[in-house]
Design a protein around this ligand. Structure first.
Ligand code: AMP
Length: 281
């Protein structure tokens, strides 16, 4: 397995693979890799001849008061995980390699990126779309892998690929959880012992909402208020949002119908965590 920070080197390598008729999968990440990321890499290794993992904390997707400077990083551990999972190349650029000092072109999306996380993080998806577009243009993969953990991000990427006629298959992968239910996240490392316990209210609310829908409840407000109740009972938790939307358009739903995304962002202390479930009805 190779690791490089050079766009030129990634292009050279991928061109060589393509010349040999090999298919290429891309797994975009911000590093500090865990089992959730690994599940994407595993799937990519199964479905492609060669796999590139990008490992880049993308500054332009962080708001001014967000955790860019404290976001956890451990490239040595990431290398080990990628190597063991069978990835072929890690792309680990510096911010300067990705963004010229006079960088001035952004991919901006309406609607799909405006609700849920877009409300409290108004420049986030502009940063995500821009960097993913750049990664697509650098790697030119056949397929790219994204987690359903970030369900709105997945919807945004699918919409961008459709709208801009990008010839890459987008593959969504299920949420990987800790044994007690907490969705795996690089940000879980911010939690102290009490917060780690408190963070269980997210998955508890997810499981409760899912059960209500499985038992036939369709009224969004009934489901959401039961979920909110579980979260509000935890003193360390503060809700950013708990909402039910169409999983593709991210438009709010009053009734659970179609492909339904029930998603939440909750602060546990200072750490903002997200979780969700998708159900087809
Ligand atoms: P990140 O490094 O947090 O930007 O995540 C990189 C990719 O891994 C994104 O597509 C995430 O949705 C995905 N991912 C992160 N955590 C999980 C998880 N617990 N289960 C599945 N996918 C995940």
């Amino acid at each position: 397995m190779e690791i490089t920070g050079s766009i030129k080197e990634v292009r050279r390598q991928v061109k060589e693979w393509k010349k040999q008729g090999l298919s290429v999968g891309l797994v975009p990440t911000m590093g500090y890799l865990h089992e959730g990321h690994k599940s994407l890499i595993d799937r990519a290794v199964k479905e492609n001849d060669r796999v590139v993992v990008s490992d880049f904390v993308n500054p332009i997707q962080f708001g001014v008061n967000e955790d860019l400077s404290t976001y956890p990083r451990d490239i040595e551990a990431d290398k080990k995980l990628c190597e063991a999972a069978g990835a072929d190349l890690i792309f680990h650029p510096t911010p300067e390699e990705m963004y010229a000092a006079d960088f001035s072109t952004y991919v901006e999306m309406q609607k799909v990126s405006e609700g849920l996380c877009g409300k409290s993080r108004p420049t986030h998806f502009r940063g995500v779309c821009t960097v993913v577009n750049k990664l697509f243009n650098i790697v030119m993969p056949d397929r790219a892998y994204f987690g359903e953990k970030d369900a709105q991000q997945l919807a945004v990427i699918r919409r961008m690929v459709r709208d801009l006629n990008i010839d890459i298959d987008i593959v969504g992968c299920p949420i990987v959880r800790e044994s007690d239910g907490l969705a795996k996240s690089s940000r879980n490392t911010y939690l102290n012992e009490a917060e780690r316990k408190a963070a269980l209210v997210l998955s508890k609310a997810v499981f409760a909402g899912k059960k209500m829908m499985e038992e036939g409840e369709r009224d969004a407000e009934k489901i959401l208020s039961a979920m909110r109740g579980i979260i509000e009972a935890e003193p360390l938790a503060r809700i950013d949002y708990v909402e039910m939307v169409d999983a593709d358009s991210i438009a709010p739903l009053e009734r659970a119908e179609g492909r339904v995304l029930t998603a939440m962002a909750v602060y546990i202390g200072k750490t903002r965590l997200i979780d969700n479930f998708i159900m087809e009805i």
